[in-house]
Design a protein around this ligand. Structure first.
Ligand code: FE2
Ligand code: FE2
Length: 188
């Protein structure tokens, strides 16, 4: 038996309405959902515990890796029972990540760059496309669309690179330690 942590069990109960007892005695689809979610959870914890306080760059790049891992698992998944929890996890994580950027990080960058920043405008346009793609993929989850999934993967690859090589290191260089700590404490 896996050593599930309390936080994970609470999360499963609130988010999927599945308890450990229910899953082990229940239908196969619940057992699969539970097992897949646990895999993702362990990976997320590993990534999160590493270098959280180091820099905006490290923290946000780690979140890219975490989301990328979940998206890859989703792409590899077969049945809709496997695919659905993975996609939901990816979608909510991506929305949260984009929220951190738009509400916390980009405003910090704009303080220095001024209101006109072509790079930030481009990243915001891409965020809108990422959200649009997620909606389209979510709408056909039962049938799947490898083309749409491939498009989103390509979009994210370029987007993440632009942030990891551009805006994140730039923000780290410009902000003070106190501002960085405060920003990171809001990203939960
Ligand atoms: Fe972004
Ligand atoms: Fe990002």
């Amino acid at each position: 038996m896996e050593d599930y942590d309390r936080e994970f069990l609470d999360y499963m109960r609130t988010k999927y309405k599945i308890t450990l007892g229910g899953a082990t005695n229940g239908q196969e689809s619940q057992i699969i959902t539970f097992a897949v979610a646990w895999d993702v959870w362990k990976q997320a914890k590993k990534v999160y515990s590493r270098d959280r306080e180091a820099s905006i760059s490290k923290f946000m790049s780690n979140d890219h890796s975490r989301l990328d891992y979940i998206f890859q698992e989703f792409r590899k998944s077969g049945t809709v029972e496997e695919a659905k929890p993975l996609f939901l996890e990816f979608e909510s994580g991506m929305n949260r990540h984009i929220g951190w950027e738009e509400d916390i990080l980009f405003p910090l960058a704009r303080q220095k760059l001024g209101e006109d920043s072509a790079m930030i405008d481009e990243l915001l346009t891409q965020h809108a496309r990422i959200k649009e793609d997620m909606k389209r993929i979510s709408a056909v989850l039962g049938a799947r669309s490898p083309n749409m999934e491939e498009d989103l993967e390509q979009l994210l690859m370029g987007h993440d690179r632009m942030e990891e090589e551009g805006i994140y290191p730039w923000i780290d260089e410009y902000i003070s330690d106190d501002v960085r700590k405060e920003a990171l404490s809001k990203m939960r």
